[in-house]
Write a protein of this length. Structure first.
Length: 315
């Protein structure tokens, strides 16, 4: 899709994924309106093609304003949620309001950034495809060290809210991201989780053979670009995953960045509860078949990028 001069909206502009989407769009000449919590010198938002707008997309009036005149909307804003009420307001109500405003504004495409954490990994499946059951409010689920118990549940509810607007004609596509590699001050898997690993606060379950599905932020924008080129992607959902890494290897790779990091605590397999499992295998077969997807960045590149960032911090 030729994005030169195309007016677009990106929520979560000051966040990791949102800022990279905004920068990717700006590089292609799009007219980017980036919604931020506070206007300022945010990483990735320094292009002259990007205009920062401070606002709350959960406010219906603001949502109508920021969607006005935009052909494409990229909804990357979310909260892990300190409590359930906050997560419901931002992730669910906010998505409902923004997607409704985008439909009324006759936006041509709505790209929704979701997460693999929407899946009910306690259902014991060998693989979780885009058609697998999602989490439900009222049940208790395990969560990754990058999130809270409310994140996956409310992101699943956000998708349900979006489906309502899709049933009324909103041309949307949903991307469920694995652990996103790449560096940004708000990055979970390159900054926040490694900080916990450094102090021995991230455990390994049993022998650590459980897997972590990963992707790279540059692979995310690549997948979005492929979807924009294909109208058949409208109404579809895609797992954005580039491979599985064993949890113990993931932790050890992060520990290698910190000479003073203690060994990761181990939860014996026999002491594990069914609810300790927060992730599973999520194939990307649909994205490969329908979008012709192949990754542009590797796991090793992503981890090397993060390791270099930590060394620059003086670890």
């Amino acid at each position: 899709m030729n994005l030169l001069g195309v007016p677009v909206l990106v929520t979560g502009g000051s966040g990791f994924v949102g800022s990279r989407i905004a920068a990717w769009l700006a590089k292609q000449g799009a007219d980017v309106r980036a919604v931020v919590r506070k206007v300022g010198p945010h990483p990735g938002l320094d292009s002259p093609h990007i205009t920062q707008v401070q606002g709350d997309f959960t406010d219906p009036i603001m949502a109508r304003y920021i969607c006005g005149g935009r052909e494409l909307v990229f909804h990357a804003a979310a909260t892990v949620g300190k409590d359930l009420s906050e997560a419901l307001h931002v992730n669910v109500t906010g998505t409902a309001i923004l997607s409704g405003a985008a439909r009324v504004a006759h936006c041509q495409r709505f790209i929704h950034i979701s997460t693999l954490s929407v899946y009910d990994f306690q259902s014991g499946r060998e693989a979780y495809t885009e058609d697998s059951p999602l989490r439900m409010i009222g049940k208790t689920y395990a969560h990754s060290p990058a999130a809270t118990p409310h994140y996956g549940i409310t992101k699943a509810e956000a998708e349900r809210a979006l489906q309502v607007e899709m049933s009324h004609g909103l041309p949307a596509t949903i991307f469920r991201l694995g652990a996103v590699l790449g560096v940004h001050p708000t990055s979970s898997w390159a900054v926040k989780v490694p900080a916990k690993v450094r102090t021995g606060k991230v455990p390994v379950l049993g022998d650590g053979s459980d897997i972590m599905p990963w992707t790279h932020v540059d692979n995310v924008t690549h997948a979005i670009g492929l979807a924009l080129d294909r109208s058949e992607s409208i109404g579809r959902t895609y797992n954005v995953v580039d491979g599985d890494v064993a949890w113990r290897n993931f932790i050890e790779d992060m520990r290698s960045w910190f000479p003073d990091a203690p060994p990761a605590p181990v939860i014996p397999a026999e002491a594990a509860k069914p609810g300790d499992k927060f992730i599973g295998h999520c194939p990307n077969d649909r994205m490969v078949a329908e979008l012709g997807y192949a990754p542009v960045r590797s796991y090793f590149e992503g981890m090397a990028e993060a390791g270099a960032w930590w060394r620059k911090q003086g670890t």
